[in-house]
Design a binder for this molecule. Structure first.
Ligand code: ADP
Ligand code: MG
Length: 687
């Protein structure tokens, strides 16, 4: 019978429950593995069990009664050759009472306690047996299940699926790491372990049989990713060749690089080379540029944009917020307008005639470089020749929005190259599993001359001292951010909080220009405040998290984050990245209000201990687990059921090496492996 066979009888409640758990195909059922085991393979003499032992005893009921003092409970005495114990039920039904009829022979399993009645088991599981009834031959699996799906039923369904499913070895010799059993053997062992099998390696999943399953799962996932990668290779993008010969010195790219007020760091040069190589190809680039906050991603983006324009194609740069988009816009205008390039500005708040005119220029190809928020990818925006799309802070950008980019080219046969930028580095193991379809470039060093930010954690009671510190900085001609938390339930409260802090600081810092920036302000007002802060007209800026990403004011040397315990770790890291952008030593003060949760404590500790974005990301992963870390993308099914990305990196490496080889040399096996493990879930993986 094939692995995809289904039972065809009309659906009962447990069958619907099976479906709900995704246990329809035989293969899905055999891949539903026990949480733990019960040992029904042996009997313990009653007298041999000690306080706290888990055991199974068999005996005859000698007495049964219902006590009402100190509370209502059902008691039954069970006797074997060695002694006697009490079975005790605090809640019970008539069926149980009946099952404990004196004279009946029973097996009882549970934890032995020594209590008021002597030896007892409270709420043991019971089974009526005939004398000499055989014991279980294997350990009894306990499966994860739902209320609607009785354990015994699930056991039967899985056992029969296990007997039916062929579970042929799909993988060629050499692929499976040495020492791991064949799949069929591994599954049999995990579902039906022999009585003498040690429980610990089974339950902590270190057993070779578990390793085999984890490897299979990781391999299936790597195969699916490799497949997505290959499919993308079949798509066409406009090649954006590097100008050469006589043209090269006049190219925008060359002129831009010459005009920059600084030299690129080695890390920046390296990632530029990687990006340039992608852009010359006929298949679309799909690259993630990661670099810690302040590492200088914007200039890399600008140089990539120059490549596109040199080749006669348009480039779009998108950012998640207007403030951030505006910053990019200013930077690009500053760099490119002297070189004769008009930068177009497109956001949601731009309406009416200005917008219509802009859209026209985008559609007829006159606007070569378009900067904006998500508005850039709205329906009515069509590009004549979009060659490159750059998305900043890609983790804030939904998959759907990224996919919408594909429809942006007038020529539907072509896709633009895609460069995504992120300051939240993805730990390597996650990148390998969830983003195997993405090429990654990393800026791993900050521009020279930066002094690392010193982070201090203070209780909110020290607010006045912190305000004194602000005064000192301002006197030295430096600038200060004060960040108020986002109160999720209430934007109004949020605003109130920021407004109050603004008043408090204005009063305390008499004579200092204090600005206020929050999410409810009209875009134009936000931009105006931000411009005043950038120019130094405002010394202190009280802001909600609208300044979270990408804002660049090098003279800001102090950041205070109020209620820091309410922020996520990567958010704190992003915020802190707004200071320490110039040569002056900068400080970030995290104010918290007690009591702190464990996770809150862990986050603040991480912030105080390191400024390295990769280390922060690793700790974030530790605190939150991969599902949450990845956010929306992984909000569907947990993609990995068995493997653990932090523990099973060795297996992951092997799977990753083999995936492309399997597609190449054993395509049928690769297909079967993906089908076996991922069934209908591939589409999700490709999103
Ligand atoms: P991020 O990677 O966080 O987006 P930015 O691109 O905003 O960082 O760069 C941070 C600051 O560093 C900017 O002021 C930028 O002009 C400056 N910068 C970028 N590259 C260099 C470099 N090679 N040398 C000196 N300063 C640089
Ligand atoms: Mg940036």
């Amino acid at each position: 019978m094939s692995e995809t066979s289904r039972e065809t009888v009309a659906k009962s409640a447990p069958q619907r429950a099976l479906e709900k758990l995704g246990l329809t195909r035989d293969i899905d059922r055999v891949l539903h593995l026990p949480l733990r085991y019960e040992d029904e393979t042996r009997l313990d003499p009653i007298q041999a069990l000690r306080d706290g032992d888990l055991g199974q005893v068999e005996g005859v009921v000698t007495e049964r009664r219902i006590d009402t003092h100190p509370r209502r409970q059902l008691l039954a005495w069970l006797r074997d050759d060695s002694g006697e114990l009490v079975l005790r039920f605090l809640n019970f039904h008539a069926g149980q009472q009946k099952a404990l009829e004196p004279g009946v022979r029973l097996r009882a399993r549970g934890e032995l306690r020594v209590g008021f009645f002597g030896r007892e088991m409270v709420h043991p599981s019971l089974k009526g047996v005939a004398e000499g009834a055989p014991l279980a031959q294997t350990l009894t699996p306990v499966y994860p299940t739902s209320a609607a799906l009785p354990q015994a039923y699930l056991r039967k369904v899985i056992a029969s699926a296990l007997r039916r499913t062929p579970l042929d070895e799909l993988l060629p010799p050499g692929c499976v790491p040495a020492g791991l059993p064949p799949l069929r053997e591994a599954l049999r062992l995990l579902h039906e372990p022999p009585p003498d099998e040690a429980l610990e390696p089974l339950q902590d999943r270190s057993h070779a049989a578990w390793q085999r399953l984890k490897f299979e799962e990781l391999l299936a996932q790597q195969l699916a990713q490799a497949d997505a990668h290959r499919e993308r290779q079949l798509l066409r993008a406009p090649p954006l060749p590097t100008p050469d010969g006589d043209n090269a010195p006049h190219s925008l790219h060359t002129r831009l690089q010459a005009a920059l007020p600084f030299a690129l760091t080695e890390a920046q040069q390296r990632v530029c080379t990687e990006i340039d190589a992608d852009l010359t190809r006929h298949s679309p680039m799909h690259r993630l540029l990661q670099g810690d906050v302040g590492s200088g991603k914007t200039v890399v983006a600008a140089l990539a944009a120059a490549r596109a324009m040199d080749a006669g194609w348009q480039c779009a740069l998108m950012a998640p917020t207007e403030i951030l988009a505006e910053q990019h816009f200013r930077k690009l205008v500053q760099w490119l307008e002297p070189l004769g390039i008009q930068v177009a500005w497109l956001t949601g708040s731009r309406k009416g005639k200005g917008r219509r005119l802009m859209l026209e220029q985008v559609a007829n190809g006159q606007a070569l470089l378009v900067v904006g928020t998500h508005a850039v990818i709205q329906d009515d925006v069509v590009f004549a020749r979009l060659g490159l799309a750059i998305v900043d802070e890609q983790h804030r950008f939904g998959v759907a929005q990224r996919l919408a980019l594909r429809a942006k080219l007038a020529d539907q046969q072509l896709e633009p190259h895609l460069l995504m930028m992120s300051a939240t580095p993805i730990p390597r193991t996650l990148a390998m599993t969830y983003f195997a379809d993405l090429d990654v470039s990393t800026i791993d060093a900050l521009p020279p001359g930066r002094t690392p930010v010193v982070t201090k954690v203070f209780a909110d009671s020290r607010r006045d001292a912190v305000i004194g510190r602000i005064r000192d900085e301002v006197t030295k001609g430096r600038q200060v951010y004060w960040v108020c938390p986002l109160i999720e339930e209430s934007e109004t409260l949020d605003l109130q909080n920021a407004t109050q802090t603004h008043q408090q600081l204005s009063a305390a810092l008499d004579g200092t220009a204090v600005g206020l920036l929050h999410g409810r302000m009209p875009a134009a007002d936000k931009a105006a405040v931000m411009a005043q802060f950038s120019s130094g007209a405002l010394a202190v800026l009280v802001a909600t998290t609208v300044i979270e990403v990408g804002v660049d004011v090098p003279n800001a040397s102090l950041m205070v984050i109020e209620h820091a315990e309410r922020f996520g770790l990567s958010q704190l890291h992003q915020l802190r990245g707004r200071v320490g952008r110039g040569a002056v030593a900068s400080v970030c003060v995290l104010l918290y209000t007690a009591p702190l949760s464990d996770a809150g404590k862990a986050r603040l500790r991480a912030m105080a201990e390191t400024t390295d974005g990769f280390e922060i990301a690793r700790r974030d992963l530790d605190i939150r687990g991969p599902g949450e870390f990845m956010g929306a993308r992984q909000s569907g099914d947990a993609l990995l059921r068995f493997a653990d990305l932090q523990q099973d990196t060795a297996l992951l490496e092997i799977a990753r090496r083999w995936a492309p080889r399997l597609w190449q040399d054993h395509p049928a096996a690769a297909h079967a492996q993906v089908e076996r493990w991922l069934g209908g879930r591939q589409a999700f993986l490709k999103a």
